[in-house]
Ligand binder design. Structure first.
Ligand code: SAM
Length: 450
């Protein structure tokens, strides 16, 4: 690996107790590989691996396997995520009452690490809006949310400025800001080639712009969780000071178990508490996180009128055959597809759809023909399917053939019709079994290419 830039080291040396030798040694070592389990798709594959201290469902792997060739990865049973980032769960639990029905915005969400973590924490009456400004990254985000299978998530592709339209709307904002990336030098060495002081300044300016743009959409008393994977003070503690100065935000302080070796920091001006992850002190990459509250003096503007629910002529009898609890959902036609949205969230989902560029809303169930449903891939990966759906268990080799969208060798099945292709009882997607062949409906854009 190239050398850690001297001007970054010069800044870090000013921090109390900074151990430069250990920091540089850690940068000569390979990064950790870690995964986070999906609590709704239980597997035993990683149960003997080492646990991550600050996240119950997270594990370090001894070596990096080929995730592409693990069908359980494609089934959304786990997410490959850097361990330090999983600290978000602890911060959320310390600063927000997760038993409430919450509206949460994950503003800089692609590829979906934080969003899938948040989705697993929220109760079924809470809504997560998972946003990504860059279009092709928003598509990847949508795919990862689909794999995770959560129903109460909207994926949007909007600029932070557009969220001004949702004034005083969200209970929680998660801003995992684009940054100079010094915390990821080991994992993504290309950051090292691009890093310079000017980039840090540009990132700091951009972080302020993003925060200023979305601050309006946070409710009074709402919580903003800010994070970066940078070691630079001007992208971290100085941003906390900036939020206090410019947005009159209030810092939320809490303690972290000392044995985790996470460094608690204080900002220069207001002593706002933040948390730093250093790769020489713990098993994880560089990360910073702090939590802020919007003070309760803001004028609460009335929300736009709720949209009137459309009555649709969708044939629910057909859907009852496919879904575990069809009564829990409102079904909306969208182009030629049927979208299922939890009834408890329908007003919010409709409202947001009228304000933002929504690219995924609830679960796409499929296309209704006059007699049946052509099921969508989103439905296969959701957790709303009826247990009586026809299933076929594939061997490892067959699962890979299915995921490559190839013919499945030696497939024998005594029934015909729409069938869930499973590996170790986990859903991979759909196939239509005909008397003497099988049509593979795995989505073209998600197939294994190698
Ligand atoms: N939260 C993600 C996760 O856990 O998987 C990682 C987010 S990454 C650190 C920052 C994201 O911010 C990127 O997806 C990037 O495309 C997006 N981004 C870049 N410029 C932005 C801007 N001006 N406003 C909002 N988001 C931006």
């Amino acid at each position: 690996m190239n050398k850690v830039p001297e001007s970054l080291l010069a800044e870090l040396r000013l921090q109390q107790g900074f151990d430069e030798i250990a920091f540089l040694q850690a940068h000569q070592q390979s990064p950790n590989t870690s995964i986070r389990l999906n609590p709704k798709k239980k597997i035993s594959e990683f149960e003997n691996e080492k646990k991550i201290a600050w996240y119950e469902n997270g594990f370090y792997l001894k070596e990096r396997p080929s995730f592409t060739y693990d069908p359980l990865f494609h089934a959304g049973c786990y997410y490959v995520q850097e361990a330090s980032s999983m600290f978000l769960e602890f911060v959320l639990k310390q600063s927000v009452d997760l038993l409430q029905s919450l509206k949460v915005l994950d503003l800089c969400a692609a590829p979906g690490g934080k969003s899938t973590l948040i989705a697993s924490l929220l109760n079924e009456n809470s809504l997560l809006v998972s946003n990504e400004v860059i279009k092709n990254r928003a598509t990847i985000l949508k795919e990862n949310i689909t794999k995770w299978g959560s129903e109460n998530v909207l994926v949007t592709n909007n600029d932070p400025k557009h969220f001004e339209r949702l004034e005083n709307y969200f209970d929680v904002l998660v801003i995992d800001a684009p940054c100079s990336g010094s915390g990821l030098f080991r994992k993504e060495p290309e950051y090292l080639n691009e890093w310079n002081d000017n980039l840090v300044n540009l990132c700091s300016q951009r972080q302020q712009r993003i925060l200023a743009d979305v601050w309006k959409c946070l409710k009074p008393n709402g919580v903003l969780i800010y994070s970066t994977c940078s070691f630079s003070e001007s992208e971290n503690e100085a941003i906390a000071d900036w939020m206090i100065d410019e947005l009159q935000a209030e810092n939320i302080s809490f303690n972290v178990p000392t044995e985790w070796n996470i460094v608690s920091t204080e900002s220069k001006k207001y002593k706002a508490k933040g948390f730093r992850f250093y790769p020489h002190l713990l098993q994880g990459e560089g990360f910073f996180c702090c939590a802020m509250r919007k003070q309760n003096d803001a004028f609460e503007k009335p929300r736009l009128k709720k949209s009137k629910q459309k009555t649709s002529s969708i044939n629910k009898a057909i859907l009852n055959n496919w879904l575990k609890d069809a009564d829990k959902y409102e079904f909306q036609p969208k182009n030629e597809f049927i979208i299922a949205q939890p009834k408890s969230l329908i007003d919010e989902m409709e409202f947001i759809s009228s304000q933002l560029n929504v690219i995924k809303s609830g679960i796409c169930v499929g296309q209704l023909t006059h007699k049946d449903l052509i099921p969508d891939h989103e439905l296969a990966l959701s957790t709303m399917l009826s247990d009586s759906i026809q299933k076929a268990e594939l061997s490892y080799e067959q699962a890979i053939q299915y995921l490559k969208k190839e013919d499945i060798k030696d497939f024998s099945f005594d029934k015909t019709g729409w069938t869930l292709m499973q590996y170790q009882n986990q859903n991979l997607g759909w196939a239509k079994v005909l008397p003497n062949r099988l049509n593979n409906y795995y989505p073209m854009n998600g197939r294994i290419l190698k």
